[in-house]
Design a protein. Sequence first.
Length: 45
Amino acid sequence: MNYLNELQDRIMKNAWSEFFFYQKIKDILSIDDDPSVVQNTNSPK
C-alpha cells in the first residue's frame, strides 16, 4: 500500500509541476498584452 501512496504523490507532484510550468509560460506570453497598443494589420505576405 505504501507503494501506491508514493506513486500517487509522485503523480500529483508532476501534475502540479506541469501546471506551474504552463502558468509561467502563459504569464510570459501575456506580458505584451497591452490593449492600448494598436497592432499592425499590414503583415507581409
